[in-house]
Design a protein around this ligand. Structure first.
Ligand SMILES: NC(=O)c1ccc[n+]([C@@H]2O[C@H](COP(=O)([O-])OP(=O)(O)OC[C@H]3O[C@@H](n4cnc5c(N)ncnc54)[C@H](O)[C@@H]3O)[C@@H](O)[C@H]2O)c1
Ligand SMILES: [Zn+2]
Ligand SMILES: [Zn+2]
Length: 387
């Protein structure tokens, strides 16, 4: 079959690879009909999260069931499903506690309680490096889906692929930021990052009754998209964090936002000075956006960290965390936990997801897709590909 594989930083190609096969009784083989590139894929593409051997990428995918393992009774050939991005068994302690990203069974080689740099990671993710399970991903014609009696969800025929594809990851992820923020109605929410995840967080904030939603980005075209797709206020991050934080405080009677959502991660836009500082401190990327969230949140407020941070950093503002009494939550989003209610919102027309798509490409043009999404060319916000 054909699939998109990573061959090192900046190198994604459209390769011929072996067809996936049923390996376990709970597997299915899915014929992929639509797949997207995620900001998380960009961390592998940049080399920020390394993957030594060539691997099929992609954890945002949906399609038609092609073949089922013996133990899968809830799905049959021809069924159309979306698949949440964590690979989760559905029966362990963490799956029972609605924490599929921490599944104890899906990543046996590299799993552990410590959450270390190169060992003792969390549960597996599709197409997301050997450290996270080594499962081949869904930017491919076909993909093996383990624990298929737990993850995949049927989608109604009257909804197109583009209408439901983002139930795999970015919609549940954005929603998780707001859920962790305990938004119940009336709150002010400041979202850092107007990428796909940030925009989905903004849509979710309205669904949960937020009073005010402001989104922050370094790129004006992303802010324009966020305003059009999620009807939020915008702040352009031009010079530095300080003026952004001041603007958020000005909007909230000097206090800061009730909830800040970090939807950028460890690889923000960085100045030469930022880069030099990182080299001196032997650090990878930067925590500057997380720190801005901690400044922009009000005392006793909640910071939800959706953006990926794979390593530790010195100088983390623990003093500010304590003085302000900030509640900090983060990690891989528990997509399984929210997907059913979110699918219902889509069905009922309460939310529209496909309005962030800017690029529709055949999978054969995957290299171009990664380049424009990474370099923010052609006003790219979200790339959807069809195998
Ligand atoms: N926690 C999860 O389960 C989960 C799921 C999906 C994605 N993610 C992560 O969420 C993050 C965002 O993903 P995405 O798909 O939206 O990617 P993206 O790269 O398109 O979005 C990041 C946005 O941040 C903006 N940005 C850069 N520097 C900034 C700054 N200093 N201030 C404000 N904005 C800045 C960029 O211009 C861009 O619009 C990534 O780190 C991704 O890995 C996490
Ligand atoms: Zn993702
Ligand atoms: Zn599990």
């Amino acid at each position: 079959m054909k699939a998109a594989r990573i061959h090192g930083p900046g190198k994604v190609s459209y390769d011929t690879v072996d067809d996936p096969r049923i390996e376990q009784d709970r597997d299915i083989i899915l014929k992929v009909t639509a797949t997207a590139i995620c900001g998380s894929d960009l961390h592998i593409y940049s080399g920020g999260i390394p993957q030594p051997r060539p691997m099929v990428l992609g954890h945002e995918f949906m399609g038609i069931v092609e073949e089922t393992g013996k133990a899968v009774t809830n799905l049959k050939k021809g069924d159309r499903v979306v698949v949440p991005f964590p690979v989760a068994c559905g029966g362990c302690f963490f799956c029972d506690h609605h924490l599929p990203g921490h599944c104890e069974n899906s990543n046996p080689k590299n799993y552990g309680p410590e959450g270390g740099l190169l060992t003792e990671k969390g549960g597996a993710l599709f197409g997301y490096t050997d450290l996270y399970g080594g499962y081949e991903g869904g930017q491919a014609e076909y993909v093996r889906v383990p624990y298929a009696d737990y993850g995949p969800r049927h989608v109604p025929d009257n909804l197109s692929d583009e209408q439901v594809l983002f139930l795999t990851d970015i919609f549940p992820t954005g929603y998780t930021g707001i859920d962790w923020g305990e938004v119940k109605g009336g709150e002010s929410v400041a979202i850092f990052g107007a990428g796909p995840v940030g925009i989905m967080a903004a849509k979710s904030a309205w669904l949960r009754g937020a009073a005010r939603v402001v989104i922050i980005d370094t790129l004006q075209y992303r802010l324009d998209k966020a305003r059009a797709a999620a009807n939020c206020e915008t702040i352009l991050w031009k010079d530095g964090a300080k003026e952004v934080v001041e603007q958020v405080r000005d909007m909230t009677e000097g206090r800061g936002a009730d909830v800040c959502v970090e939807a950028v991660g460890f690889e923000p836009d960085r100045s030469v000075l930022d880069r030099a500082k990182a080299v001196i401190n032997l650090e990878k990327g930067s925590t500057k956006v997380l720190e801005a969230c901690m400044s922009a949140v009000r005392r006793g407020g909640i910071v939800s960290v959706l953006g990926v941070y794979p390593v530790s950093y010195d100088n983390f503002p623990i003093g500010q965390f304590f003085d302000k009494g900030i509640v900090l939550k983060g990690g891989q989003a528990p997509a399984h936990k929210h997907i059913d209610v979110l699918l219902k919102y889509v069905q009922e027309g309460k939310v529209k997801l496909d309005d962030i798509i800017t690029h529709r490409l055949p999978l054969s043009e995957v290299a171009h897709g990664y380049k424009v999404f990474k370099e923010k060319e052609e006003d790219c916000v979200k790339v959807v590909m069809t195998p």
